[in-house]
Design a protein around this ligand. Structure first.
Ligand SMILES: [Zn+2]
Length: 304
């Protein structure tokens, strides 16, 4: 049987430094990792291809960014998308999470983003619709919400299964497709749960920056990998799955990456989407205490 091929990332994905320290390492067929992989739904089971292969989770000694050193070679990554993570496997994986409560709270979150983004981009748009790009938009739920509020919304997602089963029409497979359609000068670009998956997140952000107007808003959101140094528990695995979540951000490293590229962290305006007055009181109280900028791994930035 073929063995999966990996490529090595020898420099920091954030600052480019070569001073990398290993936090943890192991084999794909060692416990507990092999059990976590086995218990996930797959189309074709990847385990036999991963036997004898090493993973190595490293941290940059200069900027603190953590990431997996070995990532699947492009053709094997393609195989992961087309044969391992089939549409059926993705649906089976998502089913237990997608409770009525979860779906509802997600929609509330999206509404909050829309209200905050409208407030922040009002001065940029001068009465015209907010032009927004959701990169890695999945099925396009957030885009559908933006569209209801009159935003001019576009998405990019490489998964053909998600585009075909999506909730929204204007989703392109590649950024290049936007360019060839003459669509640019976005007021807002969002990346929800995207950066942790990318071979080279900095290069993508460099490209996206060109699509954003000066003063435009960038939202980044990833899992918070603070304090995670290895794969011992299921929670560790969910956050730094070595095939899937190949970059581990913390509030500080997310902010560091964006700042080094000419994005300034900004505080979100307050928005209330609730029928519970106590939640309003709590949010206001938090504002008064002064919720720190960049306290979590969902952060707002402005392009300088
Ligand atoms: Zn670094």
């Amino acid at each position: 049987m073929d063995s999966a091929q990996f490529v090595e990332r020898t420099t920091c994905i954030s600052c480019g430094s070569t001073r990398l320290a290993e936090l943890s390492t192991g084999l794909f067929n060692e416990k507990p990792l092999c059990d976590f992989i086995l218990n996930d739904p797959w189309g074709e089971n990847p385990a036999p291809y991963l036997r004898g292969k090493h993973w190595s989770y490293v941290q940059c000694s200069d900027c603190g960014q953590a990431f997996h050193k070995y990532i699947l070679a492009p053709d094997w990554n393609e195989r992961r998308f087309s044969q391992w993570m089939t549409q059926e496997a993705i649906e089976e994986f998502e089913r237990p999470f997608k409770t009525t409560e979860y779906v509802f709270s997600k929609a509330v979150q999206y509404t909050k983003h829309v209200l905050q983004l409208e407030r922040l981009s009002r001065s940029l748009c001068s009465g015209k619709p907010v032009r927004l790009l959701d990169f890695g938009c999945g099925y396009g739920e957030f885009l559908a919400m933006c569209d209801l509020y009159g935003f001019e919304a576009y998405g990019v997602d490489r998964s053909s299964a998600k585009r075909e089963n999506g909730r929204f029409a204007r989703i392109f497979p590649e950024l290049e497709d936007l360019k060839s359609s003459g669509i640019s000068a976005f007021h807002v670009i969002t990346l929800f749960e995207v950066l942790e998956h990318l071979d080279d997140p900095r290069s993508l952000l460099e490209v996206l920056k060109e699509y954003l107007v000066t003063g435009g808003i960038l939202i980044l959101e990833t899992p918070d990998c603070s304090g995670i140094n290895g794969i011992s528990t299921l929670d560790d695995y969910r956050k730094i799955h070595p095939l899937e979540h190949i970059n581990g951000f913390t509030p500080a490293t997310m902010r560091g990456l964006a700042e080094s590229m000419g994005f300034a962290p900004i505080k979100k305006p307050v928005s209330f989407v609730t029928t519970d007055p106590m939640r309003v009181v709590k949010t206001v109280a938090k504002q008064i205490v002064g919720g720190a900028i960049g306290a979590g791994t969902q952060q707002y930035f402005r392009k300088l």
